[in-house]
Write a protein that binds this ligand. Structure first.
Ligand code: GTR
Length: 324
């Protein structure tokens, strides 16, 4: 074999090895919810599109049911690159990515339609950009409906009924202060600990949307669900920035497009799941009340006064309110 042929063979071998190495790039994604939950299915759909469109060079494996840990821990994993992808709530970012405070504010969004318009537009882009200094690229915002309070002690028909109750909240100071403003007590704790905390009476209840209340089985231990709909906070699907930067511009475009298409899919699945979960919990004996909402809205002033402090946030809040 002459020298030139030797080199050509070696180059071909290297090219082949690189291609097969790429073919094995499996991106790990975490989710606290069980298989079949709309967020899990949204990310799986994203993965299928990415796999098809990169001819199998990239694929996604979703570790559902908190297999990789509770949300706060998995956020550290995706920030440090231990995993490449993660689907989480935005509330645990309230302390690190200031702009996420805006969608977490109680009663800021007038409806889910209003939230979609805001998050699909310029303010959504501003929030996405704010994740980059935290080492994350936002691929999508997914629906999580509205969060409401539920408890094992009594039905809630007005703010007065909240007095003295103990609620688990998602790990964010805004949620702690919201509960305090309603005359109740908040305990931030990981999602996976809520069921037994209610069961043993450490807390009276928690707050979440119907699909979480259903699939985490909280309805078994807290039967009074009050549709106060205090927060319409979307989920976020993020990618480690280092992993993103390793993609070619063509692959980045494929990932972005797949994420956009997965949003439409997730929204469709979400709407169906909300209706299904509500039926399940009602059939199991949950009592759903519709409390007088204005009292809840009026009580939120101290939360805004404390958290919407700088000019950036004040402008964002005004911008959100101006979106019709
Ligand atoms: C759910 C959300 C989860 C998790 C959970 C919680 O609605 O989808 O990502 O944040 O709430 O309350 O911890």
């Amino acid at each position: 074999m002459n020298l030139i042929r030797k080199f050509a063979t070696a180059a071909a071998m290297t090219a082949l090895m690189t291609a097969s190495a790429l073919a094995q790039t499996v991106l790990k994604s975490s989710d606290t919810h069980p298989d079949g939950y709309p967020t899990v299915e949204g990310v799986k759909y994203f993965g299928e599109l990415v796999k098809q469109r990169t001819n199998g060079r990239y694929s996604v494996e979703v570790y559902h049911s908190a297999q990789l840990g509770q949300e706060k821990d998995t956020i550290e994993q995706v920030r440090s690159g231990v995993i490449e992808l993660n689907r989480v709530s935005m509330a645990p970012f309230n302390g690190t990515v200031k702009e996420t405070i805006v969608p977490a504010l109680p009663y800021l969004f007038r409806s889910e339609e209003h939230m979609h318009k805001v998050m699909d537009g310029a303010i959504g882009d501003q929030i996405k950009a704010a994740f980059e200094p935290a080492g994350l690229v936002v691929l999508a915002f997914y629906d999580a409906g509205a969060r409401s309070f539920y408890n094992k002690t009594k039905p809630i028909n007005s703010v007065a009924d909240m007095k003295g109750l103990k609620f688990r909240v998602i790990q964010s100071d805004i949620f702690v202060d919201m509960v305090a403003a309603l005359g109740a007590n908040a305990t931030p704790m990981p999602y996976g600990e809520v069921y037994s905390a209610i069961e043993t009476g450490v807390i009276d209840g928690a707050e979440n949307n119907f699909p979480s209340y259903d699939t985490a089985k909280h309805f078994e231990v807290a039967k009074n669900y009050s549709l106060d709909e205090h927060t319409i906070l979307p989920e976020v699907f993020v990618m480690n920035k280092g992993a993103w930067d390793k993609l070619t511009p063509e692959d980045q475009a494929i990932f972005k497009q797949a994420a956009t298409e997965s949003v439409a899919k997730q929204r469709e699945l979400w709407a169906a799941k909300v209706a299904e979960s509500r039926k399940i919990v009602e059939a199991a004996g949950s009592q759903i009340t519709t409390p007088e909402k204005q009292g809840f809205i009026d009580a939120m002033k101290p939360v805004y006064d404390k958290h919407v402090t700088d000019e950036v946030l004040k402008k964002m809040v005004a911008d959100v309110q101006a979106v019709q």
